[in-house]
Design a protein around this ligand. Structure first.
Ligand SMILES: C[S@@+](CC[C@H](N)C(=O)[O-])C[C@H]1O[C@@H](n2cnc3c(N)ncnc32)[C@H](O)[C@@H]1O
Length: 444
């Protein structure tokens, strides 16, 4: 359905006020698509009646379903591997040393916006490994989310086996019990986590955490709300404690009392304790190798292949230069995916294409896989089809913008075909076009 201007305005304002999710004009289509899906789900044929119902206090339950449908709750075990490395190498040793010094036996962690639980379980696995050599300390994790259904999944702790593909092998053995094609987080880890429903728009936050993760949640909020949430999150961190945000999220000066701590694996925010001088350890040897290869301009997870002047007999593989840790199966998966994309693009004349809703890690993977053969010079002239692309997040836009710039720098600009009007605007706004060019008349 196409929402009328008035319906869009009142629905988006209502949702922003109640749950803080801001639906800008560029996501009007998304709201309309979700309303259409809900109409079908509840068997309602009259759109106006449905919209009036969810705007009415009596329609609170249905509004909850609509918000649930809008919520992009994507998450993964060991998501944002490089940031987790920063936590493991920089934050945890300092937190552990402080707790050993001051005699507090419990390390407290909050995963705010934990979705279906993969993030707090990942933290539990990391803390379990980090504390294995000290019997004096233990940890507890508070994991909160707005979504009751997501928390139900989290509490159950059971996932498709495929969801664990980024989990290091040695952790797999100790953290999960396998049940056919499902895995279950072991009870010993599950009982370290308390799951609670919490709206981050509420003014009262729990306090006293050594580490707070609030990743990929602020993206839902407008800037003013982000600032309020960041100030409250900062106040939840103890002196010497840390806050980690999503890759596209940041804490500006004035958003809270934490200071950015730049590590080779990304930025963490730390509350000064007036005593400790934090020493950021040097990069691990493999990261040094990556720097020597000139890849530091890109974040490790974003490393893109170089385009060669002509189709090479052995196209350079994009992920070969990515520093890997033992057991980083995710990196291998990325490499395999890019190789597959490169091979298949070389064998077929159809250009690589992007379609559907591309968000989060899976969206970024799809975008990298699509641009890999173009950057490797296997497709000449370079063409990317976006027919069927419905939505892409900022991470995807960055990958596309970098690829478009690299391809244009080489001579022939990337041609993008099949862009709808909305996608055309997105590509221009994200600086993908130009340098890339649109080669089909835009369709609405
Ligand atoms: C993309 S998931 C992020 C999950 C996890 N932090 C990660 O990075 O993998 C975003 C989560 O934020 C939650 N969320 C959105 N608005 C929220 C709010 N106002 N209060 C609490 N959680 C919220 C959503 O329900 C969703 O589960």
């Amino acid at each position: 359905m196409a929402l009328t201007d008035a319906q869009f305005r009142s629905l988006s304002a209502h949702i922003a006020e109640l749950v803080g999710i801001h639906i800008g004009a560029e996501k009007r289509w998304l709201l309309a698509a979700r309303v259409t899906a809900r109409l079908a789900a509840v068997g309602e044929t009259n759109e106006r009646r449905y919209v009036d119902h969810v705007l009415d206090p009596a329609g609170a339950e249905e509004l909850g379903h609509l918000v649930e449908a809008l919520r992009v709750g994507e998450t993964q075990f060991y998501r944002h591997a490089s940031q987790l490395r920063a936590i493991r190498r920089v934050a945890l040793p300092e937190i552990i040393a402080r707790r050993e010094r001051d005699g507090t036996r419990t390390i407290r962690v909050w995963s705010a916006g934990c979705a279906t639980g993969e993030e707090p379980y990942t933290l539990a696995m990391m803390l379990d490994a980090a504390l294995r050599s000290t019997s004096r300390l233990s940890f507890e994790i508070l994991a909160t989310d707005l979504s009751g259904p997501a928390l139900d999944v989290a509490r159950r702790g059971r996932y498709r086996a495929g969801a664990t593909r980024a989990v290091p092998r040695e952790v797999m053995k100790t953290a999960f019990v396998v049940h056919g094609d499902e895995v279950e987080v072991r009870p010993a880890l599950r009982q370290r986590i308390r799951f609670e429903e919490k709206n981050l728009l509420d003014a009262r936050y729990p306090r006293g955490f050594d580490l707070v993760l609030c990743r990929n949640v602020l993206i839902y909020f407008g800037r003013a709300t982000q600032r309020e949430v960041l100030a409250r999150l900062s106040a939840s961190v103890v002196p010497g404690g840390y806050l980690a945000l999503g890759y596209t999220e940041r804490l500006d000066a004035g958003d809270g009392e934490l200071l950015p701590l730049r590590t080779d694996d990304g930025v963490l925010y730390r509350r000064a304790d007036g005593a400790t001088r934090v020493v950021v350890p040097k990069s691990e040897p493999k990261a040094e190798l990556m720097r020597a290869s000139g890849a530091t301009l890109l974040r490790r997870d974003d490393t893109l292949p170089r385009r060669t002047s002509r189709p090479p007999s052995h196209p350079q593989r994009p992920d070969e230069r990515i520093a890997r840790e033992p057991g980083d199966r995710h990196a291998k998966d990325r490499s395999a995916e890019a190789k597959t994309a490169t091979r298949s693009a070389g064998q077929h004349t159809a250009p690589p294409h992007l379609e559907g809703e591309l968000t989060g890690d899976s969206g970024a993977l799809a975008a990298r896989a699509a641009v890999a053969p173009l950057l490797a010079g296997v497709i000449e002239p370079p063409v990317l089809s976006v027919a069927g692309l419905l939505y892409a997040d900022r991470e995807v836009s960055r990958i596309l913008a970098r690829a478009a710039a690299a391809i244009a720098a080489h001579g022939t600009p990337l041609s993008i075909t099949g862009a709808s009007e909305g996608v055309r605007r997105f590509l221009v706004r994200s600086h993908v076009v130009p340098p890339a060019v649109l080669t089909e008349s835009s369709k609405s």
